[in-house]
Design a protein around this ligand. Structure first.
Ligand SMILES: *[C@@H]1O[C@H](CO)[C@@H](O)[C@H](O)[C@H]1NC(C)=O
Ligand SMILES: *[C@@H]1O[C@H](CO)[C@@H](O)[C@H](O)[C@H]1NC(C)=O
Ligand SMILES: *[C@@H]1O[C@H](CO)[C@@H](O)[C@H](O)[C@H]1NC(C)=O
Ligand SMILES: *[C@@H]1O[C@H](CO)[C@@H](O)[C@H](O)[C@H]1NC(C)=O
Ligand SMILES: *[C@@H]1O[C@H](CO)[C@@H](O)[C@H](O)[C@H]1NC(C)=O
Ligand SMILES: *[C@@H]1O[C@H](CO)[C@@H](O)[C@H](O)[C@H]1NC(C)=O
Ligand SMILES: *[C@@H]1O[C@H](CO)[C@@H](O)[C@H](O)[C@H]1NC(C)=O
Length: 321
């Protein structure tokens, strides 16, 4: 039967078949990666029997022996090298501690309690334990993938490390938005520890008029959801006019002063030029023919033009009259 196959220890094999009448109890246990797993071996049927009369041992699903307590003492002979130095027996609870649990330790284990009377041996009890191993993912961390400016927008990554089993999903939440961003979860598995690491990235533009955003990242596993610290992004706000009356006042004063200075200068230049012109045109006027001067207006420039058109005007005069 099954039991016969499952027992490898040579000294146990001989009489097993004849006296098996024990049903196998089944249990589930969970352990954290790199911590200690407890593989129980309830001794309900052997509680009045001294350990020195019993053989207690554990096998994994490949029938490799983890530990053997043989008639009162530890017996490492049959223990597989894989488990040497990794186990300890708790005499109080009859549980085997498996230290430094790895992901590959997941699976089923059997504990046997065997009585060794002077003749033969009897399996008193068998307990099967299904061991699962988990590892808590690290708290997700948000990091900028590049400098954040209004032009480049937001570009973040969020990552979490060394968990087991695979997480269900990972996403970003932006303040005041119910949208979950995270359809690009990247999962990698460490080829030694078999633990998973995950990351997602977020590319998002800054909506117009928004200068502040808070982003959070969530990792959802089968048992819990872990959130990152909120990540605040602030863009420098442009200085709006209304917000700084002193600056507005200062700039108005500057503009007013500038305008008045400029108009003063312009007025001065204008009068200066006019004076210069007047001075230049006065001597000319004196040299011109009296006839032109009488005909033209008082302005100097017009008088010059008139002088050029004089022949036409003179010829047109008769028609006009
Ligand atoms: C396992 O735990 C020990 C201490 O308890 C620690 O030094 C070691 O880094 C851990 N290993 C891993 C892979 O987490
Ligand atoms: C163990 O001994 C106690 C009394 O000494 C008895 O009541 C109990 O039934 C015994 N248990 C077994 C499994 O024989
Ligand atoms: C794993 O996370 C759970 C829930 O937050 C916590 O209760 C437990 O102590 C953690 N275990 C380890 C080994 O960090
Ligand atoms: C932008 O990135 C460069 C280098 O990548 C860094 O030196 C600089 O401090 C960053 N600027 C800001 C505002 O983060
Ligand atoms: C975000 O950053 C990554 C890595 O730096 C880059 O490949 C990607 O093009 C960036 N996305 C945007 C929208 O700028
Ligand atoms: C988010 O909403 C709250 C109240 O609903 C509001 O006070 C806050 O300004 C909003 N933040 C952003 C960035 O829109
Ligand atoms: C694990 O992966 C690294 C590279 O990613 C490789 O160099 C190494 O040989 C691998 N180890 C095993 C045990 O596969």
């Amino acid at each position: 039967m099954d039991l016969r196959m499952s027992i490898r220890c040579p000294h146990l094999l001989l009489f097993v078949t004849s006296i098996v009448f024990t049903a196998t109890a089944s249990m589930k246990r969970q352990a954290y990666f790199n911590r200690t797993a407890y593989l129980p071996c309830p001794n309900t049927k052997a509680q009045n029997i001294s350990l020195s009369e019993l053989v207690v041992f554990w096998q994994d699903q490949n029938k490799l022996v983890l530990y053997e307590h043989y008639l009162g003492t530890e017996k490492p002979d049959n223990v597989n090298s894989k488990y040497l130095g990794r186990t300890s027996f708790d005499r109080e609870t009859w549980a085997l501690r498996l230290h430094n649990v790895q992901i590959k330790d997941m699976g089923s284990y059997d504990c046997f309690i065997q009585r060794k009377p002077p003749t033969g041996s009897i399996i008193l009890q068998q307990t099967e334990t299904e061991l699962s191993v988990i590892a808590n993912f690290s708290k997700p961390e948000i990091e900028p993938a590049q400098n954040i400016t209004r032009n480049s927008g937001i570009n973040l990554t969020c990552s979490s490390k060394q968990g087991y089993p695979k997480p269900k999903k990972m996403y970003f939440l932006i303040t005041n938005s119910t949208n979950k961003y995270g359809d690009n979860m990247q999962i990698s598995q460490d080829n030694v520890t078999e633990l998973f690491s995950v990351s997602i990235s977020l590319s998002h533009s800054f909506p117009d008029g928004v200068y502040n955003m808070t982003v959070e990242c969530f990792l959802e596993t089968e048992s819990i959801t872990i959130s990152s610290k909120p990540y605040n992004i602030a863009l420098p706000e442009p200085q709006p006019f209304q917000k700084n009356p002193i600056e507005i006042g200062a700039s108005i004063i500057i503009v007013v002063v500038f305008i008045s200075v400029a108009s003063m200068v312009a007025t001065k230049i204008y009068y200066k030029k006019r004076n210069q012109r007047n001075q230049r045109s006065r001597p000319r006027r004196t040299t011109r023919s009296v006839g032109v001067l009488e005909r033209g207006s008082s302005a100097g420039q017009e008088s010059i033009n008139l002088q050029e058109f004089e022949p036409q005007i003179a010829s047109a005069e008769p028609h006009a009259e």
